[in-house]
Design a protein around this ligand. Structure first.
Ligand SMILES: [Zn+2]
Length: 364
């Protein structure tokens, strides 16, 4: 029995000795991989452009095949591992290494973008847009606020550091792309855009405080003054021409817009309507209280106002029998101008609306 065990042990030891030692020891494995990597690097240094392309194509194909075979779990695990490794690499990175890495990344991205076909480009942008939409749809309000805050800060920083040439070039680009977009816009899109603009502007104006309003108007006025002070002769001529054109358009749309308000045809028409409305207002005199006011209601079949007809006490409160009639106005008060008259007499205000314009008159 003992001999048997001894023999077994010797066999196991022999087997272990026959296997390559590198496979067992972790340190040796590392060394072997390093040697292999070094050999690969040396080979890559000497390879021609053609060889390199072949190698990269092969690698891409291999990667693609591997990706096609892997299950979602495998893929998830791989991404987690990659992300962990990357984080580890990034935290231990020196500033110089970081700059170099970003520089390289930017260069290779530029190269890639410069060589991509229009089909690749549109597919890339489509993918980008889809993933962005998905991300934005799942974003919480806190994350959104944080993102917008960050965006605004970085934009401000970028704008503050911008040189005048860069600024001019940026604005030029912006203006060109905007013009292109506007030129390709369909009439429906334009109408919708204008509608949106008006709505948002109205909302903005409706919610602004009086200080904000004052600040806005002040800024506007200052800008206009600055513009007028620095405008060249050509600019002035152009501005006046535009003004003249818009005046002509207004005049064509509203004939007589250049006339004084009371001479304009539409104003005269509205005034005529107003006088007609006024003439239709009935003004009866109550036989008891002698009151004569437009809109005073009369009880049916009598010449008395509602107040007097409901007064069942004899004599009635506002009657001559109760000594409540002052008689005719004294001669001194019968020759007053309208302003003095309005100070001595009770008045009523009549307001009518014609085409949403309110007209007001005083009745004596
Ligand atoms: Zn009366």
């Amino acid at each position: 029995m003992f001999n048997f065990l001894l023999k077994m042990e010797k066999e196991i030891l022999d087997n272990n000795r026959k296997r390559p030692i590198e496979l067992i020891s972790a340190g040796n494995k590392r060394a072997r991989l390093d040697r292999r990597n070094q050999k690969d690097r040396d080979r890559r240094k000497n390879e021609s452009e053609e060889e390199k392309n072949i190698r990269l194509a092969k690698r891409r194909q291999r990667d693609r095949a591997r990706r096609a075979d892997e299950t979602p779990q495998q893929r998830g695990a791989k991404l987690v591992k990659m992300s962990t490794q990357q984080q580890k690499r990034l935290t231990s990175e020196t500033p110089e290494a970081r700059d170099a890495r970003l520089q390289q990344l930017s260069t290779s991205k530029k190269q890639h973008l410069a060589t991509e076909t229009s089909l690749e480009r549109s597919s890339r942008l489509q993918k980008l847009s889809t993933s962005q939409k998905q991300r934005l749809a799942m974003e919480t309000s806190e994350k959104k606020a944080y993102r917008l805050q960050k965006l605004s800060t970085s934009q401000k920083q970028r704008l503050a550091m911008e040189t005048p040439e860069k600024k001019a070039s940026r604005l030029q680009k912006l203006s060109t792309s905007q013009k292109q977009r506007l030129a390709m816009e369909t009439p429906e899109k334009k109408a919708s855009r204008m509608q949106n603009l008006t709505t948002s502007q109205k909302q903005h104006l409706a919610t602004q405080t009086s200080e904000e309003r004052a600040a806005r108007l002040h800024k506007l006025s200052t800008l206009q003054k600055e513009r007028l002070a620095t405008e060249t002769l050509e600019e002035r001529t152009e501005r006046l021409e535009i003004l003249e054109r818009s005046r002509a358009v207004r005049q064509a749309t509203y004939p007589g817009a250049h006339l004084a308000l009371l001479e304009q045809e539409n104003v005269q028409k509205k005034m005529a309507r107003f006088h007609q409305d006024m003439s239709l207002i009935e003004c009866h005199t109550c036989s008891t209280c002698m009151e004569k006011f437009p809109g005073v209601k009369f009880s049916t079949h009598t010449s008395q106002c509602l107040r007097c007809s409901r007064d069942n006490i004899t004599p009635k409160l506002y009657s001559a029998e109760n000594n409540m009639h002052p008689g005719s106005a004294p001669p001194q008060l019968q020759v007053l101008y309208i302003i003095k008259l309005s100070l001595t007499i009770s008045m009523t205000t009549i307001q009518t609306s014609i085409n949403n314009n309110f007209f007001t008159t005083q009745y004596f």
